[in-house]
Design a binder for this molecule. Structure first.
Ligand code: NAI
Ligand code: MG
Length: 485
Protein backbone atom coordinates (compact mmCIF):
# COMPACT_ATOMS: atom_id res chain seq x y z
CA UNK A 1 0.00 0.00 0.00
CA UNK A 2 1.65 3.21 -1.13
CA UNK A 3 0.90 6.47 0.71
CA UNK A 4 1.10 9.31 -1.79
CA UNK A 5 1.55 12.97 -0.91
CA UNK A 6 0.25 15.80 -3.10
CA UNK A 7 2.40 18.03 -5.24
CA UNK A 8 2.22 21.75 -4.53
CA UNK A 9 4.82 24.39 -5.43
CA UNK A 10 7.37 21.74 -6.37
CA UNK A 11 7.08 19.97 -3.01
CA UNK A 12 5.31 16.85 -1.74
CA UNK A 13 2.94 17.77 1.05
CA UNK A 14 0.20 16.31 3.21
CA UNK A 15 -3.22 17.91 3.49
CA UNK A 16 -3.26 20.68 6.12
CA UNK A 17 -5.70 18.65 8.22
CA UNK A 18 -3.62 15.53 7.53
CA UNK A 19 -6.62 13.54 6.29
CA UNK A 20 -6.16 10.83 3.68
CA UNK A 21 -8.42 8.48 1.76
CA UNK A 22 -7.92 5.08 0.16
CA UNK A 23 -7.57 4.36 -3.53
CA UNK A 24 -9.35 1.14 -4.38
CA UNK A 25 -8.60 -1.47 -7.06
CA UNK A 26 -12.08 -2.01 -8.56
CA UNK A 27 -11.26 -5.56 -9.67
CA UNK A 28 -10.92 -6.70 -6.05
CA UNK A 29 -12.50 -3.94 -3.98
CA UNK A 30 -9.25 -3.64 -2.01
CA UNK A 31 -7.23 -0.49 -1.35
CA UNK A 32 -3.78 -0.32 -2.96
CA UNK A 33 -2.80 3.27 -2.16
CA UNK A 34 -3.81 6.29 -0.12
CA UNK A 35 -3.75 9.98 -1.01
CA UNK A 36 -4.22 13.24 0.90
CA UNK A 37 -7.79 14.43 1.36
CA UNK A 38 -7.43 18.03 0.22
CA UNK A 39 -9.57 20.70 1.88
CA UNK A 40 -10.23 24.29 0.81
CA UNK A 41 -7.05 25.52 2.58
CA UNK A 42 -4.98 23.05 0.54
CA UNK A 43 -6.61 24.31 -2.64
CA UNK A 44 -5.65 27.84 -1.52
CA UNK A 45 -2.03 26.79 -1.17
CA UNK A 46 -1.98 25.22 -4.60
CA UNK A 47 -3.70 28.18 -6.22
CA UNK A 48 -1.32 30.62 -4.51
CA UNK A 49 1.62 28.64 -5.85
CA UNK A 50 0.18 28.59 -9.36
CA UNK A 51 -0.65 32.32 -9.13
CA UNK A 52 2.91 33.23 -8.08
CA UNK A 53 4.33 30.98 -10.77
CA UNK A 54 2.19 32.77 -13.32
CA UNK A 55 2.61 36.35 -12.10
CA UNK A 56 6.32 36.26 -11.25
CA UNK A 57 7.56 32.86 -12.36
CA UNK A 58 9.69 31.55 -15.16
CA UNK A 59 7.20 29.41 -17.06
CA UNK A 60 5.03 32.07 -18.74
CA UNK A 61 8.21 34.04 -19.48
CA UNK A 62 10.15 31.12 -20.94
CA UNK A 63 10.72 31.30 -24.67
CA UNK A 64 8.36 29.25 -26.76
CA UNK A 65 11.29 27.05 -27.76
CA UNK A 66 12.18 26.35 -24.15
CA UNK A 67 8.60 25.46 -23.34
CA UNK A 68 8.56 23.14 -26.36
CA UNK A 69 11.75 21.45 -25.18
CA UNK A 70 10.27 20.73 -21.75
CA UNK A 71 7.04 19.31 -23.19
CA UNK A 72 8.97 17.09 -25.62
CA UNK A 73 10.94 15.75 -22.72
CA UNK A 74 7.70 14.99 -20.86
CA UNK A 75 6.65 12.76 -23.79
CA UNK A 76 9.96 10.91 -23.67
CA UNK A 77 9.67 10.26 -19.95
CA UNK A 78 6.04 9.09 -20.22
CA UNK A 79 7.19 6.60 -22.89
CA UNK A 80 10.04 5.45 -20.67
CA UNK A 81 7.56 4.92 -17.79
CA UNK A 82 4.84 3.42 -20.00
CA UNK A 83 4.52 -0.03 -18.44
CA UNK A 84 4.48 1.26 -14.88
CA UNK A 85 1.93 3.98 -15.68
CA UNK A 86 -0.29 1.56 -17.59
CA UNK A 87 -0.33 -0.88 -14.69
CA UNK A 88 -1.22 1.90 -12.24
CA UNK A 89 -4.00 3.06 -14.54
CA UNK A 90 -5.44 -0.47 -14.65
CA UNK A 91 -5.33 -0.83 -10.88
CA UNK A 92 -6.86 2.58 -10.40
CA UNK A 93 -9.64 2.57 -13.03
CA UNK A 94 -10.16 -1.12 -13.80
CA UNK A 95 -9.76 -0.90 -17.58
CA UNK A 96 -8.06 -3.71 -19.55
CA UNK A 97 -4.26 -3.39 -19.89
CA UNK A 98 -4.30 -2.98 -23.68
CA UNK A 99 -6.63 -0.01 -23.37
CA UNK A 100 -4.53 1.53 -20.59
CA UNK A 101 -1.43 1.21 -22.78
CA UNK A 102 -3.21 3.03 -25.58
CA UNK A 103 -4.12 5.80 -23.13
CA UNK A 104 -0.53 6.21 -21.99
CA UNK A 105 0.72 6.27 -25.58
CA UNK A 106 -1.82 8.94 -26.52
CA UNK A 107 -0.93 10.98 -23.42
CA UNK A 108 2.74 10.91 -24.48
CA UNK A 109 1.72 11.99 -27.97
CA UNK A 110 -0.43 14.84 -26.62
CA UNK A 111 2.60 16.43 -24.97
CA UNK A 112 4.55 16.03 -28.19
CA UNK A 113 1.69 17.48 -30.21
CA UNK A 114 1.30 20.55 -27.99
CA UNK A 115 5.08 20.94 -27.74
CA UNK A 116 4.83 21.59 -31.47
CA UNK A 117 2.13 24.20 -30.99
CA UNK A 118 4.07 26.30 -28.45
CA UNK A 119 6.07 27.83 -31.31
CA UNK A 120 3.08 28.23 -33.61
CA UNK A 121 0.58 30.36 -31.73
CA UNK A 122 0.18 33.23 -34.18
CA UNK A 123 -1.31 36.67 -33.83
CA UNK A 124 -2.69 38.84 -36.62
CA UNK A 125 -2.42 42.30 -38.11
CA UNK A 126 -5.90 43.28 -39.26
CA UNK A 127 -6.17 46.34 -41.53
CA UNK A 128 -7.37 49.45 -39.64
CA UNK A 129 -6.75 52.22 -42.15
CA UNK A 130 -3.69 54.09 -43.40
CA UNK A 131 -2.92 55.99 -40.20
CA UNK A 132 -2.82 53.16 -37.68
CA UNK A 133 -1.71 49.63 -37.16
CA UNK A 134 -3.30 46.92 -35.06
CA UNK A 135 -1.37 44.06 -33.59
CA UNK A 136 -3.38 41.15 -32.26
CA UNK A 137 -1.38 38.96 -29.94
CA UNK A 138 -2.30 35.95 -27.83
CA UNK A 139 -1.33 35.57 -24.20
CA UNK A 140 -1.84 32.77 -21.68
CA UNK A 141 -5.02 33.23 -19.64
CA UNK A 142 -3.29 32.67 -16.30
CA UNK A 143 -4.03 30.04 -13.67
CA UNK A 144 -5.99 27.08 -15.04
CA UNK A 145 -7.99 24.92 -12.60
CA UNK A 146 -8.44 21.54 -14.24
CA UNK A 147 -11.02 19.11 -12.88
CA UNK A 148 -11.08 15.69 -14.45
CA UNK A 149 -13.03 12.42 -14.20
CA UNK A 150 -12.08 8.80 -13.62
CA UNK A 151 -12.83 7.06 -16.93
CA UNK A 152 -9.57 8.07 -18.66
CA UNK A 153 -7.66 9.39 -15.66
CA UNK A 154 -4.32 10.31 -17.22
CA UNK A 155 -5.64 11.04 -20.69
CA UNK A 156 -8.36 13.45 -19.51
CA UNK A 157 -5.78 15.25 -17.35
CA UNK A 158 -3.19 15.51 -20.12
CA UNK A 159 -5.81 16.64 -22.64
CA UNK A 160 -6.02 19.81 -20.51
CA UNK A 161 -2.56 20.03 -18.92
CA UNK A 162 -0.61 19.81 -22.18
CA UNK A 163 -2.33 22.71 -24.00
CA UNK A 164 -2.44 24.78 -20.77
CA UNK A 165 1.31 24.44 -20.25
CA UNK A 166 2.02 24.92 -23.95
CA UNK A 167 0.48 28.40 -23.84
CA UNK A 168 2.36 29.35 -20.64
CA UNK A 169 -0.54 28.97 -18.22
CA UNK A 170 0.10 27.48 -14.80
CA UNK A 171 -2.05 24.64 -13.51
CA UNK A 172 -3.86 23.27 -10.49
CA UNK A 173 -5.08 19.78 -11.39
CA UNK A 174 -7.80 18.03 -9.38
CA UNK A 175 -8.12 14.39 -10.44
CA UNK A 176 -11.25 12.37 -9.64
CA UNK A 177 -11.32 10.97 -6.12
CA UNK A 178 -11.72 7.45 -7.58
CA UNK A 179 -8.54 7.66 -9.69
CA UNK A 180 -5.92 10.12 -8.40
CA UNK A 181 -2.77 8.06 -8.89
CA UNK A 182 -1.56 8.77 -12.42
CA UNK A 183 -2.22 12.51 -11.99
CA UNK A 184 0.20 12.41 -9.05
CA UNK A 185 2.65 10.36 -11.11
CA UNK A 186 2.64 13.11 -13.72
CA UNK A 187 4.22 15.55 -11.24
CA UNK A 188 7.71 13.99 -10.99
CA UNK A 189 7.67 13.53 -14.77
CA UNK A 190 7.04 17.25 -15.34
CA UNK A 191 9.65 18.09 -12.72
CA UNK A 192 12.27 15.85 -14.30
CA UNK A 193 11.51 17.43 -17.68
CA UNK A 194 12.38 20.85 -16.24
CA UNK A 195 9.04 22.47 -15.41
CA UNK A 196 9.68 25.11 -12.71
CA UNK A 197 8.03 24.79 -9.26
CA UNK A 198 4.47 26.09 -9.00
CA UNK A 199 3.71 25.76 -12.71
CA UNK A 200 1.97 22.43 -12.08
CA UNK A 201 0.21 21.46 -8.84
CA UNK A 202 -2.01 18.50 -7.97
CA UNK A 203 -4.60 18.45 -5.21
CA UNK A 204 -6.27 15.13 -4.48
CA UNK A 205 -9.69 15.39 -2.95
CA UNK A 206 -13.42 15.18 -3.38
CA UNK A 207 -15.70 17.35 -5.47
CA UNK A 208 -17.25 19.39 -2.67
CA UNK A 209 -14.09 19.97 -0.62
CA UNK A 210 -11.45 20.31 -3.36
CA UNK A 211 -13.26 20.81 -6.70
CA UNK A 212 -15.77 23.46 -5.64
CA UNK A 213 -13.19 25.77 -3.95
CA UNK A 214 -11.10 25.68 -7.12
CA UNK A 215 -14.11 26.72 -9.20
CA UNK A 216 -14.93 29.62 -6.86
CA UNK A 217 -11.35 30.74 -6.29
CA UNK A 218 -10.82 34.39 -7.22
CA UNK A 219 -7.20 33.75 -8.23
CA UNK A 220 -8.12 31.09 -10.78
CA UNK A 221 -8.73 32.46 -14.28
CA UNK A 222 -10.04 29.43 -16.08
CA UNK A 223 -11.75 26.15 -15.29
CA UNK A 224 -11.47 23.18 -17.62
CA UNK A 225 -13.94 20.53 -16.47
CA UNK A 226 -14.83 17.05 -17.68
CA UNK A 227 -17.52 15.11 -15.84
CA UNK A 228 -21.24 14.84 -15.33
CA UNK A 229 -23.87 17.18 -16.74
CA UNK A 230 -25.13 17.84 -13.25
CA UNK A 231 -21.77 19.04 -11.90
CA UNK A 232 -20.99 20.83 -15.17
CA UNK A 233 -24.00 23.07 -14.61
CA UNK A 234 -22.84 23.78 -11.04
CA UNK A 235 -19.36 24.67 -12.31
CA UNK A 236 -20.77 27.12 -14.82
CA UNK A 237 -22.98 28.73 -12.18
CA UNK A 238 -20.27 28.87 -9.48
CA UNK A 239 -17.72 30.19 -11.94
CA UNK A 240 -20.00 33.07 -12.87
CA UNK A 241 -19.24 35.18 -9.77
CA UNK A 242 -15.66 35.66 -10.90
CA UNK A 243 -16.60 35.41 -14.57
CA UNK A 244 -14.21 32.54 -15.14
CA UNK A 245 -13.49 31.20 -18.55
CA UNK A 246 -15.21 27.83 -18.33
CA UNK A 247 -14.99 24.92 -20.72
CA UNK A 248 -17.10 21.85 -20.12
CA UNK A 249 -16.88 18.35 -21.53
CA UNK A 250 -19.99 16.58 -20.29
CA UNK A 251 -21.97 13.49 -21.02
CA UNK A 252 -23.75 11.98 -23.96
CA UNK A 253 -26.39 9.56 -25.13
CA UNK A 254 -24.81 9.09 -28.48
CA UNK A 255 -26.71 7.54 -31.39
CA UNK A 256 -25.10 4.78 -33.42
CA UNK A 257 -26.93 4.42 -36.73
CA UNK A 258 -26.65 1.03 -38.40
CA UNK A 259 -27.99 1.17 -41.97
CA UNK A 260 -28.92 -2.01 -43.84
CA UNK A 261 -26.30 -1.26 -46.50
CA UNK A 262 -23.42 -1.15 -44.00
CA UNK A 263 -20.59 -3.63 -44.14
CA UNK A 264 -22.36 -5.93 -41.69
CA UNK A 265 -19.56 -7.57 -39.70
CA UNK A 266 -17.58 -4.37 -39.45
CA UNK A 267 -20.64 -2.47 -38.24
CA UNK A 268 -21.51 -5.13 -35.65
CA UNK A 269 -18.01 -5.11 -34.23
CA UNK A 270 -17.66 -1.33 -34.22
CA UNK A 271 -21.11 -0.81 -32.72
CA UNK A 272 -20.34 -3.25 -29.90
CA UNK A 273 -16.92 -1.76 -29.21
CA UNK A 274 -18.56 1.66 -29.12
CA UNK A 275 -20.49 0.69 -26.00
CA UNK A 276 -18.37 -2.11 -24.48
CA UNK A 277 -14.90 -0.54 -24.64
CA UNK A 278 -13.72 0.90 -21.34
CA UNK A 279 -16.71 -0.89 -19.73
CA UNK A 280 -18.96 1.62 -21.47
CA UNK A 281 -17.58 4.34 -19.20
CA UNK A 282 -17.13 6.71 -22.12
CA UNK A 283 -18.85 10.06 -22.51
CA UNK A 284 -19.19 9.41 -26.25
CA UNK A 285 -20.28 5.75 -25.94
CA UNK A 286 -22.73 4.71 -28.66
CA UNK A 287 -25.41 3.81 -26.15
CA UNK A 288 -28.43 4.21 -28.46
CA UNK A 289 -28.08 1.75 -31.31
CA UNK A 290 -30.55 2.46 -34.14
CA UNK A 291 -30.83 -0.47 -36.56
CA UNK A 292 -32.67 -0.36 -39.90
CA UNK A 293 -35.65 -2.67 -39.65
CA UNK A 294 -34.75 -4.97 -42.57
CA UNK A 295 -31.62 -6.17 -40.74
CA UNK A 296 -32.86 -5.63 -37.18
CA UNK A 297 -33.13 -9.30 -36.13
CA UNK A 298 -29.83 -10.33 -37.71
CA UNK A 299 -27.94 -7.37 -36.29
CA UNK A 300 -29.36 -7.89 -32.82
CA UNK A 301 -28.37 -11.57 -32.90
CA UNK A 302 -24.86 -10.74 -34.10
CA UNK A 303 -24.39 -8.10 -31.39
CA UNK A 304 -25.59 -10.51 -28.72
CA UNK A 305 -23.07 -13.07 -30.01
CA UNK A 306 -20.36 -10.43 -29.86
CA UNK A 307 -21.36 -9.39 -26.35
CA UNK A 308 -21.26 -13.03 -25.20
CA UNK A 309 -17.63 -13.26 -26.29
CA UNK A 310 -16.54 -10.29 -24.21
CA UNK A 311 -14.20 -11.62 -21.55
CA UNK A 312 -14.98 -9.90 -18.26
CA UNK A 313 -12.22 -9.98 -15.64
CA UNK A 314 -9.33 -8.16 -14.04
CA UNK A 315 -7.75 -5.60 -16.34
CA UNK A 316 -4.35 -7.06 -15.42
CA UNK A 317 -5.26 -10.43 -16.99
CA UNK A 318 -4.16 -10.30 -20.66
CA UNK A 319 -7.25 -12.31 -21.70
CA UNK A 320 -9.62 -9.66 -20.32
CA UNK A 321 -11.51 -7.48 -22.77
CA UNK A 322 -13.76 -5.80 -20.18
CA UNK A 323 -12.72 -4.83 -16.67
CA UNK A 324 -14.79 -3.84 -13.61
CA UNK A 325 -16.57 -0.51 -13.34
CA UNK A 326 -14.59 2.14 -11.51
CA UNK A 327 -16.36 2.04 -8.14
CA UNK A 328 -19.08 0.46 -6.08
CA UNK A 329 -21.19 3.62 -6.59
CA UNK A 330 -20.88 3.37 -10.34
CA UNK A 331 -21.69 -0.35 -10.26
CA UNK A 332 -24.82 0.33 -8.21
CA UNK A 333 -25.86 3.15 -10.51
CA UNK A 334 -25.51 0.99 -13.62
CA UNK A 335 -27.25 -2.01 -12.02
CA UNK A 336 -30.17 0.18 -11.04
CA UNK A 337 -30.52 1.37 -14.65
CA UNK A 338 -30.44 -2.27 -15.75
CA UNK A 339 -33.23 -3.25 -13.37
CA UNK A 340 -35.22 -0.24 -14.54
CA UNK A 341 -34.55 -1.24 -18.16
CA UNK A 342 -35.96 -4.71 -17.50
CA UNK A 343 -39.30 -3.06 -16.74
CA UNK A 344 -39.23 -0.84 -19.85
CA UNK A 345 -37.76 -3.01 -22.60
CA UNK A 346 -36.72 -6.57 -23.48
CA UNK A 347 -33.39 -8.10 -22.52
CA UNK A 348 -31.36 -9.82 -25.24
CA UNK A 349 -28.17 -10.27 -23.22
CA UNK A 350 -27.37 -10.15 -19.53
CA UNK A 351 -23.96 -11.65 -18.96
CA UNK A 352 -22.50 -13.17 -15.82
CA UNK A 353 -19.82 -11.64 -13.60
CA UNK A 354 -16.47 -13.47 -13.54
CA UNK A 355 -16.46 -16.63 -11.40
CA UNK A 356 -12.85 -16.22 -10.16
CA UNK A 357 -13.11 -16.10 -6.32
CA UNK A 358 -10.28 -13.54 -6.23
CA UNK A 359 -12.57 -11.11 -8.06
CA UNK A 360 -15.61 -11.62 -5.86
CA UNK A 361 -15.23 -8.15 -4.31
CA UNK A 362 -14.86 -6.47 -7.72
CA UNK A 363 -17.36 -4.05 -9.26
CA UNK A 364 -18.23 -6.02 -12.38
CA UNK A 365 -21.18 -5.41 -14.68
CA UNK A 366 -21.13 -7.70 -17.73
CA UNK A 367 -22.32 -6.59 -21.20
CA UNK A 368 -26.06 -5.99 -21.30
CA UNK A 369 -28.24 -5.50 -24.38
CA UNK A 370 -31.83 -4.24 -24.36
CA UNK A 371 -33.95 -4.37 -27.52
CA UNK A 372 -37.26 -2.97 -28.72
CA UNK A 373 -36.29 0.14 -26.83
CA UNK A 374 -38.15 3.33 -27.67
CA UNK A 375 -36.51 6.70 -27.53
CA UNK A 376 -38.66 7.97 -24.67
CA UNK A 377 -37.60 5.24 -22.23
CA UNK A 378 -35.25 6.17 -19.40
CA UNK A 379 -32.56 3.82 -20.73
CA UNK A 380 -32.65 5.75 -24.03
CA UNK A 381 -32.57 9.20 -22.45
CA UNK A 382 -30.22 9.14 -19.47
CA UNK A 383 -26.51 8.55 -19.53
CA UNK A 384 -25.86 5.16 -17.91
CA UNK A 385 -22.06 5.15 -18.24
CA UNK A 386 -21.72 1.40 -18.27
CA UNK A 387 -21.78 -1.50 -20.77
CA UNK A 388 -25.49 -1.19 -21.49
CA UNK A 389 -26.68 -1.05 -25.11
CA UNK A 390 -30.19 0.01 -26.09
CA UNK A 391 -31.28 -1.21 -29.53
CA UNK A 392 -34.03 0.68 -31.39
CA UNK A 393 -35.46 -0.14 -34.84
CA UNK A 394 -35.96 2.50 -37.55
CA UNK A 395 -37.46 2.66 -41.05
CA UNK A 396 -36.23 5.76 -42.90
CA UNK A 397 -33.38 8.27 -42.78
CA UNK A 398 -35.79 11.00 -41.70
CA UNK A 399 -37.10 8.79 -38.88
CA UNK A 400 -33.70 7.96 -37.52
CA UNK A 401 -32.48 11.56 -37.71
CA UNK A 402 -35.47 12.77 -35.76
CA UNK A 403 -34.92 10.12 -33.07
CA UNK A 404 -31.14 10.49 -32.97
CA UNK A 405 -31.37 14.25 -32.51
CA UNK A 406 -34.13 13.96 -29.91
CA UNK A 407 -31.80 14.16 -26.90
CA UNK A 408 -30.56 16.88 -24.58
CA UNK A 409 -27.06 15.68 -25.35
CA UNK A 410 -25.09 16.17 -28.56
CA UNK A 411 -21.60 14.83 -28.05
CA UNK A 412 -21.03 12.14 -30.66
CA UNK A 413 -22.70 9.90 -33.24
CA UNK A 414 -21.72 7.02 -35.50
CA UNK A 415 -23.09 6.18 -38.96
CA UNK A 416 -22.55 2.81 -40.62
CA UNK A 417 -23.27 2.68 -44.37
CA UNK A 418 -21.50 1.94 -47.64
CA UNK A 419 -23.43 4.72 -49.37
CA UNK A 420 -21.14 7.69 -48.91
CA UNK A 421 -23.72 10.32 -49.89
CA UNK A 422 -26.23 8.96 -47.42
CA UNK A 423 -23.59 8.67 -44.70
CA UNK A 424 -22.33 12.22 -45.22
CA UNK A 425 -25.78 13.74 -45.44
CA UNK A 426 -26.70 11.92 -42.24
CA UNK A 427 -23.51 13.19 -40.59
CA UNK A 428 -24.36 16.75 -41.61
CA UNK A 429 -27.87 16.50 -40.17
CA UNK A 430 -26.80 15.07 -36.80
CA UNK A 431 -26.54 17.53 -33.91
CA UNK A 432 -23.27 16.26 -32.50
CA UNK A 433 -19.74 17.56 -32.06
CA UNK A 434 -18.16 14.39 -33.42
CA UNK A 435 -19.64 12.11 -36.10
CA UNK A 436 -17.87 8.90 -37.06
CA UNK A 437 -18.59 7.29 -40.42
CA UNK A 438 -17.94 3.55 -40.44
CA UNK A 439 -16.18 3.74 -37.11
CA UNK A 440 -16.90 4.51 -33.47
CA UNK A 441 -14.85 6.24 -30.78
CA UNK A 442 -11.55 7.33 -32.38
CA UNK A 443 -10.54 10.66 -30.83
CA UNK A 444 -7.27 11.69 -32.46
CA UNK A 445 -5.38 14.39 -30.60
CA UNK A 446 -5.13 16.47 -33.78
CA UNK A 447 -8.91 16.91 -34.21
CA UNK A 448 -11.51 18.76 -32.12
CA UNK A 449 -13.43 17.10 -29.32
CA UNK A 450 -16.54 18.53 -27.64
CA UNK A 451 -20.29 18.63 -27.65
CA UNK A 452 -23.34 20.36 -29.04
CA UNK A 453 -26.28 21.14 -26.78
CA UNK A 454 -25.89 20.04 -23.15
CA UNK A 455 -22.83 17.92 -23.90
CA UNK A 456 -20.55 20.83 -23.28
CA UNK A 457 -19.08 24.24 -23.92
CA UNK A 458 -15.91 24.69 -25.96
CA UNK A 459 -13.62 22.27 -27.75
CA UNK A 460 -10.56 20.37 -26.67
CA UNK A 461 -7.72 18.83 -28.68
CA UNK A 462 -6.08 20.05 -31.84
CA UNK A 463 -5.45 23.77 -32.22
CA UNK A 464 -9.03 24.31 -30.95
CA UNK A 465 -7.88 23.02 -27.56
CA UNK A 466 -5.31 25.82 -27.28
CA UNK A 467 -7.66 28.74 -27.81
CA UNK A 468 -9.42 28.34 -24.47
CA UNK A 469 -6.11 28.85 -22.63
CA UNK A 470 -5.37 32.08 -24.49
CA UNK A 471 -6.54 35.65 -24.19
CA UNK A 472 -6.58 37.87 -27.25
CA UNK A 473 -4.95 41.28 -26.90
CA UNK A 474 -5.31 44.06 -29.41
CA UNK A 475 -2.56 46.70 -29.49
CA UNK A 476 -3.54 49.74 -31.51
CA UNK A 477 -0.78 52.05 -32.75
CA UNK A 478 -1.53 55.52 -34.02
CA UNK A 479 0.70 56.15 -37.05
CA UNK A 480 -0.76 59.50 -38.05
CA UNK A 481 2.24 61.82 -38.44
CA UNK A 482 0.00 64.88 -38.95
CA UNK A 483 1.24 65.20 -42.50
CA UNK A 484 -1.78 65.39 -44.79
CA UNK A 485 0.41 64.52 -47.83
P1 NAI B 1 -18.70 14.06 -11.33
O1 NAI B 1 -19.10 15.03 -12.38
O2 NAI B 1 -19.25 14.21 -9.96
O3 NAI B 1 -17.09 14.08 -11.19
C1 NAI B 1 -16.19 14.61 -12.14
C2 NAI B 1 -15.15 15.47 -11.43
O4 NAI B 1 -15.79 16.61 -10.85
C3 NAI B 1 -14.44 14.77 -10.26
O5 NAI B 1 -13.10 15.20 -10.23
C4 NAI B 1 -15.20 15.29 -9.06
O6 NAI B 1 -14.46 15.26 -7.87
C5 NAI B 1 -15.46 16.71 -9.48
N1 NAI B 1 -16.59 17.36 -8.78
C6 NAI B 1 -17.69 16.79 -8.24
N2 NAI B 1 -18.50 17.72 -7.70
C7 NAI B 1 -17.90 18.92 -7.90
C8 NAI B 1 -18.23 20.26 -7.58
N3 NAI B 1 -19.35 20.56 -6.94
N4 NAI B 1 -17.39 21.24 -7.96
C9 NAI B 1 -16.26 20.96 -8.61
N5 NAI B 1 -15.88 19.71 -8.94
C10 NAI B 1 -16.68 18.70 -8.58
O7 NAI B 1 -18.99 12.62 -11.88
P2 NAI B 1 -19.18 11.28 -11.01
O8 NAI B 1 -20.07 11.55 -9.83
O9 NAI B 1 -17.84 10.70 -10.76
O10 NAI B 1 -19.96 10.35 -12.06
C11 NAI B 1 -21.35 10.47 -12.18
C12 NAI B 1 -21.78 10.35 -13.62
O11 NAI B 1 -21.21 11.42 -14.38
C13 NAI B 1 -21.33 9.11 -14.35
O12 NAI B 1 -22.17 8.03 -14.10
C14 NAI B 1 -21.41 9.57 -15.78
O13 NAI B 1 -22.73 9.48 -16.25
C15 NAI B 1 -20.98 11.02 -15.71
N6 NAI B 1 -19.56 11.19 -16.05
C16 NAI B 1 -19.23 11.69 -17.27
C17 NAI B 1 -17.91 11.78 -17.64
C18 NAI B 1 -17.49 12.30 -18.97
O14 NAI B 1 -16.45 11.91 -19.48
N7 NAI B 1 -18.21 13.21 -19.57
C19 NAI B 1 -16.82 11.34 -16.76
C20 NAI B 1 -17.28 10.91 -15.46
C21 NAI B 1 -18.60 10.83 -15.15
MG1 MG C 1 -20.45 13.20 -8.51
Amino acid sequence: MRAYAMYVDGRWIQAAKEGTFDVVDPATGEAFASVPDAQPEDVDRAVDAARRAFDDGAWPRASERDRARVLHKVSDIIRRERDRLAELEVRDSGKPMGEAEEDIDEAAFMFEYYAGWTTKVMGAIPPVGPDAMSLVIKEPIGVAGLIVPWNYPLLMAVQKVAPALATGCTVVLKPAEQTPVTALELAPILEEAGLPPGAFNVVTGFGASAGAPLVKHPKVDKIGFTGSLEVGKVVMREGADTLKRVTLELGGKSPNIFFADASFDEAVEGTCNGIFWNQGEICSAGSRVFVERSIYDDALQAMVDHGRNVKVGSGLDPATTMGPLVSKDQQEKVLSYISHGRKEAKVALAGDPPDDPALRGGYFVPPTIFYDVSNDMTIAREEIFGPVMSVLPFDTVDDVLRLANDSDYGLAAAVWSRDIKKALNTAKALKAGIVWINDSQPAPTEAPWGGYKQSGVGRELGPWGLEDYLEVKHIYINLDDGDSG
